[in-house]
Design a protein around this ligand. Sequence first.
Ligand code: ATP
Ligand code: MG
Ligand code: MG
Ligand code: MG
Length: 438
Amino acid sequence: MRLSRYYLPLLKETPAEAQIASHRLMLRAGMIRQEGAGIYAWLPLGFRVLKKIEQIVREEQDRAGAVEMLMPTIQSADLWRESGRYDAYGKEMLRITDRADREMLYGPTNEEMITEIFRAGVRSYKDLPKLLYHIQWKFRDEIRPRFGIMRGREFLMKDAYSFDIDETAARKSYNKMFVSYLRTFSRMGLKAIPMRAETGPIGGDLSHEFIILAETGESAVFCDQGLINMAVPPKTTDFEGDLQPVIDQFTSLYAATDEMHDEGEFNSRVKEGDRLSARGIEVGHIFFFGEKYSKPMKAVVAGPDGGEVPVQMGSYGVGVSRLLGAIIEAHHDEAGCKWPTSVAPFHVGLINMRSGDGPCEAVCEKIYAALEAAGVEVLYDDTPARGGEKFARMDLIGLPYQITIGPRGLEAGEAEVKSRADGQKSSIALESVVADIA
Ligand code: ATP
Ligand code: MG
Ligand code: MG
Ligand code: MG
């Protein structure tokens, strides 16, 4: 991509309304634009990162055996009356009336709709388990939308739903999502800690929030230090095999959100030096809720003995758009973002230090073409701006590598390659630059 043709509206000033680094940087780097309270347009650069995150989430859902589909954003109020949540949901739900006076809503989540879809198509326990997901925009009329896309009103969520014949089978589905989440967040350069979370009226121990530790996080959390660097299950994990040992390992150490925190247990289970009381960002939440929707909505299957039984359900959310903010909170410095390669909007930025200079331009064009041919995502700064401005711009948008071509380097037959993560610079022979990066 040539920067001259791209749309990258950078802000020079730090926007006054942005209180945390990720919000500031997303606005300054031209990734998002606010269109209303908690409502954002995804500008080209931000949209690329959003798509990368979405794709990692998708790959790890698929790997775990979940099946993708797509449900609409607009739902009918009647569906929510069946579960009793239409009135209970309160002001967070955006309610809409169509021209025929039908009551509709912009979905804040999809338990009701997926239950309706499931009950229309599944009759027997032999068709279980089912594990379905979609990645779709949600709307929640948050009282206090803030921190940019971290707490938006419109936001992108991955939500999966499991249907099983009994609690033992449901636990297997839960475990698949637990492991899938560990892998998902780790692939984005995040250390997400699964923490015991509130389960609501049905109780049980099957609810975990996945939390990224960050000073600017909205949740107070308590955990054992040992969880921070616990090894994440590999790509080769057999999701149809027994995952319980992995779950046991991660839940063997204390970790709880403040609603579930028990100070006495914390102090007795964790030795003093390992006690971490911190703030965190909720990036995912998995939840087993049994018959909560299947019973009132009559999602039943014929059991082994012929009788009808309500299915055991769970739901599993990931804040896809919130993750952008969480990743920036974890990877930035004064100068800007420092994207992990897996989610970077482009892999490399190519800087022509002297635009208008024939030899510099010729070499840049050649490297640009070679990088594209090698399948490397490159943003080529072919604009007439000065070198200093180009460097600052590349640092701000935070691509993993910068290749700089200038007259002095050319004389020596070299390009300068900088790694954004650690700031290391090296001179590389022009003919090896593409191979070095690709
Ligand atoms: P929070 O406690 O932050 O309000 P929640 O517990 O209400 O989140 P869930 O219903 O568990 O959210 O939804 C699943 C995931 O969706 C959350 O873990 C979070 O990552 C994301 N999410 C929820 N609300 C928002 C929001 N307003 N903006 C962006 N992402 C959100
Ligand atoms: Mg909420
Ligand atoms: Mg929450
Ligand atoms: Mg939650």
